[in-house]
Design a protein around this ligand. Structure first.
Ligand SMILES: Nc1ncnc2c1ncn2[C@@H]1O[C@H](COP(=O)(O)OP(=O)(O)OP(=O)(O)O)[C@@H](O)[C@H]1O
Ligand SMILES: [Mg+2]
Length: 182
């Protein structure tokens, strides 16, 4: 078994069994997205894809583990880069929708048929379309385990064409508004 596969299996087992502690720090999803973009842009563009970044002007804060969330976002971007034929347009975004912080990776590749969107989250599941692409089928299982540890939802959608993968976090506590009578 290649070392990298063994390492991913071990990490997944630890995440799923709860034997790894999730740090509870304040994480700005906008700067996290910007650093993942900066790290991966050269390799994406070296292959012939474009990797864009779409961020709001404000920080998007969640409580969580910055390393785990960077790993999750990196896996989603790596999938877009690996599974889309050249030249693809890949976009990383972060933001707030209905008071819920999100991270998003969208591409214009082949996408994942609706019937397969649940099972690709299971370990070692790879679609036939990806047979020629190297990989172990663990990337999305890791993202799913990291999402669960953050009580975030991992949503795979049709990007018409392509895939849109979203990590949607719990709503931010609403700021209490005090109405004063005049
Ligand atoms: N952006 C995408 N576009 C099309 N298919 C995708 C995309 N992301 C994932 N898939 C499909 O889902 C399968 C599972 O993805 P996953 O990340 O778990 O494994 P992998 O990329 O094949 O291997 P690994 O991430 O372990 O190197 C992929 O093999 C591919 O068939
Ligand atoms: Mg992958």
């Amino acid at each position: 078994m290649p070392e990298v596969t063994f390492d991913a299996i071990l990490r997944l087992a630890r995440l799923q069994s709860g034997t790894v502690a999730r740090r509870d720090e304040s994480v700005d999803l906008a700067s996290l997205a910007a650093s993942v973009h900066e790290i991966l842009q050269a390799s994406a563009e070296g292959k012939g894809h474009t990797l864009d970044l779409d961020l709001p002007m404000m920080p998007i804060e969640v409580q969580g583990d910055e390393d785990m969330l960077s790993q999750a976002l990196t896996n989603l971007v790596a999938n877009a880069i690996e599974h889309c034929p050249l030249p693809a347009h890949v976009r990383i975004s972060a933001g707030l929708r209905d008071a819920r912080p999100f991270l998003e990776v969208s591409d214009n590749g082949p996408g994942i048929p609706e019937a397969d969107r649940a099972r690709v989250l299971e370990r070692f599941v790879r679609l036939n379309a990806s047979r020629s692409v190297p990989g172990t089928g663990l990337g999305l299982s890791l993202v799913s385990a990291i999402a669960a540890l953050h009580r975030a939802e991992l949503v795979l959608e049709d990007n018409g064409p392509g895939l849109r993968a979203l990590l949607v976090f719990q709503p931010r506590a609403q700021v209490a508004t005090v109405l004063t009578k005049v």
